[in-house]
Design a protein around this ligand. Structure first.
Ligand SMILES: O=C(O)CCC(=O)C(=O)O
Ligand SMILES: [Fe+2]
Length: 273
C-alpha cells in the first residue's frame, strides 16, 4: 500500500505539521503564501528570470548538468533578490516546523538554499533522490538535517512538471528505491508548498507541455553546524544583507554556531557593522 500525500492548511498547528512530517516525510501546505506575497515574489523575480538562460552556467561536474536539467532555469541567492523571501525566513510555517524538528539537533539552523527552479517545456524528469545525500560523507544512522519546501509560484500540474515525491520514504533504508505506484505528484495551485524532509525521496517532474514554465521556489533550513549547499554568505551581497532584519542575517550565516562560522574568533555580525 503506498502512502498518500496529506494536504493541510497553513493555519495547521506547527506541532501537528511536524508530526505529519515525521510520519509521512512530506505534506502539501495550502495557502503557504498569501495572494499578495505570491504576486510580490513573482514581480520581484520576473526580470531576473527573464534575463537568465536555462541550464548550468558554472557546472562543477557532468553529474550536475544532468541533475539540474538543461531546460530548467535555476537562480539562487533569493534573499538578495526578493524582500518577500525575508518574511518567510523570519517567521512562517517553515520556521515553526524547523524550530520543532531541527533545534533538537543544533543550537540554531541556517538557510540551506533559496533557489528558483523554473522547469521549461520539454524538460525530462529529474532522477529521484534525497536532498540529504548532498552530505554523502554522512553514514547512517544520522540525525535529521534538513526541513525544506518547494513553493509553487505558478500552478504545479502533472503536465508542467510538478514535483514527484514518495511519502514514507524518509524511513527507508538508503538503498531502497521507489516503485512506480509509490510515487505521488505534488499537483497544487500557485501559493501552496510541498513541505518535506531532507531524507524524503523526490525529484522534479517532466514538463511535457510546449509552452508552460513551472516556477517553483525551493527553500530549506539545515542544522547550523553543517556546510550549506548554497554558499549563502557569498550569493547575497553584503550591502544587501545590511538592510535585512537581524534574524534573516543570522539565518544566512552571520551568527556563529558555538565555535563554528566565527570571524576574528567571534561573531560574524561584526562585519555588518
Ligand atoms: O523542481 C523540483 O520540483 C524539485 C527539484 C529538486 O528536487 C532538486 O533540485 O533537488
Ligand atoms: Fe531535490
Amino acid at each position: 500500500m503506498s502512502a498518500a500525500l496529506e494536504r493541510v492548511d497553513v493555519s495547521t498547528d506547527a506541532e501537528e505539521l511536524a508530526a505529519i512530517l515525521e510520519r509521512d516525510g512530506a505534506a502539501i501546505v495550502r495557502h503557504a503564501l498569501t495572494e499578495e506575497q505570491l504576486t510580490r515574489i513573482n514581480a520581484e523575480v520576473d526580470g531576473v528570470i527573464g534575463a537568465t538562460a536555462p541550464g548550468l552556467r558554472h557546472p562543477t561536474s557532468d553529474f550536475f548538468v544532468e541533475f539540474y536539467g538543461g531546460r530548467t532555469i535555476r537562480l539562487d541567492g533569493l534573499p538578495g533578490k526578493s524582500k518577500t523571501f525575508w518574511e518567510i525566513m523570519e517567521d512562517s510555517f517553515m520556521t515553526r516546523v524547523a524550530d520543532i524538528l531541527l533545534l533538537p539537533n543544533c543550537e540554531d539552523y541556517l538557510l540551506n538554499t533559496g533557489q528558483l527552479i523554473q522547469i521549461g517545456p520539454g524538460e525530462t524528469a529529474q532522477f529521484l533522490h534525497r536532498d540529504e545525500d548532498a552530505w554523502s560523507y554522512f553514514k547512517p544512522p544520522k540525525p535529521l538535517l534538513e526541513v525544506e519546501a518547494m513553493f509553487a509560484l505558478t500552478d504545479f500540474t502533472i503536465e508542467n512538471g510538478c514535483t514527484q515525491v514518495v511519502p514514507g520514504s524518509h524511513l527507508w533504508e538508503p538503498e531502497r528505491e521507489a516503485r512506480p505506484h509509490e510515487i505521488q505528484r505534488a499537483e497544487m495551485p500557485a501559493g501552496s508548498a510541498l513541505l518535506y524532509l531532507g531524507a524524503t525521496v523526490h525529484g522534479g517532474g517532466a514538463n511535457t507541455t510546449t509552452d508552460q514554465w513551472r516556477r517553483g521556489m525551493f527553500f530549506g533550513f539545515v542544522v547550523g553546524w553543517l556546510r550549506t549547499e548554497e554558499a549563502c554568505l557569498l550569493t547575497v551581497p553584503m550591502d544587501r544583507v545590511r538592510e535585512m532584519p537581524t534574524r534573516v542575517q543570522e539565518l544566512l550565516g552571520y551568527k556563529a554556531h558555538e565555535g563554528i562560522g566565527v570571524v576574528d574568533v567571534g561573531s560574524p555580525m561584526t562585519l555588518l557593522k
